[in-house]
Design a protein around this ligand. Structure first.
Ligand SMILES: [Zn+2]
Ligand SMILES: [Zn+2]
Ligand SMILES: [Zn+2]
Ligand SMILES: [Zn+2]
Length: 234
């Protein structure tokens, strides 16, 4: 559906050892520290948000600098651990362990079984050794299209900040140049429903699928507008 947002990345850049290989990146909605620009994985990292600035947060290392480096009248609060990635639904992907028809939360796929895709939900993953016939096979998280869409917007904003503050030609984590990242932030987000599903997964374009796509687009658009409104560089 639409043009995949990866279009235009030079091959050499896309091979940079990167955030894209990080299993937490594949699993959850990420964010980053507004001060040191390090990634924050909100399901496990402690982070803080400024109450007065609607879109400014920092990591645990940087909170001590905020009294001096941020407006001193502003107040930071600790964020609650974010578990929203546990609530995304992989429509049309059945868990081969518990047979639930649409995997809820993080989806894991066997890396070795190529001809017939074998998937497990996060509840069943700990029993992979007994559930799956091939005991030695490894599982990897498959990124949900919504997680992918929103994470790429966050990555684009971070890449711009990294290039600006460190005077880099390209962001080491993504391999993106500042111009490419700017393009990504201005693009209308299109979500590739085939992404994150192997060729064996039959996606039924039924009502719930369409409903999910609508939510994806709404969320992405709201997020994008919020981010654009905050950014002095756009
Ligand atoms: Zn930081
Ligand atoms: Zn503030
Ligand atoms: Zn399961
Ligand atoms: Zn397997």
């Amino acid at each position: 559906m639409g043009t995949p947002v990866t279009t235009g990345i030079p091959m050499s850049l896309s091979k940079t050892p990167s955030i894209f290989e990080n299993s937490d990146y594949l699993k959850v909605f990420i964010t980053y520290c507004g001060y040191c620009l390090d990634f924050i994985f909100p399901h496990k990292d402690v982070s803080y948000s400024c109450i007065q600035c609607s879109n400014y947060g920092v990591c645990q290392k940087c909170i001590i600098f905020m009294r001096v480096q941020h407006l001193s009248v502003h107040t930071f609060v600790e964020n609650v651990k974010d578990t929203s990635a546990d609530e995304v639904i992989h429509y049309g992907v059945t868990c081969d362990g518990c047979q639930s028809p649409n995997i809820l939360g993080i989806r894991y796929q066997c890396e070795q079984c190529q001809t017939k895709s074998y998937n497990l939900c996060s509840q069943c993953l700990p029993q992979a050794n007994t559930l799956h016939d091939h005991e030695s096979h490894m599982f990897k998280p498959i990124q949900h299209p919504l997680v992918r869409a929103l994470n790429r917007i966050v990555l684009a904003h971070r890449a711009i900040d990294v290039c600006r503050t460190k005077l880099f030609q390209q962001d080491p984590a993504t391999g993106w140049t500042i111009n490419y990242a700017k393009q990504l932030t201005k693009q209308v987000v299109t979500v590739d429903t085939e992404n994150g599903t192997s060729h064996n997964d039959k996606i039924e374009h039924n009502d719930s699928e369409m409903e999910m796509m609508k939510i994806v687009c709404d969320v992405a658009e709201t997020f994008r507008q919020g981010a654009l409104g905050q950014s002095e560089w756009l």
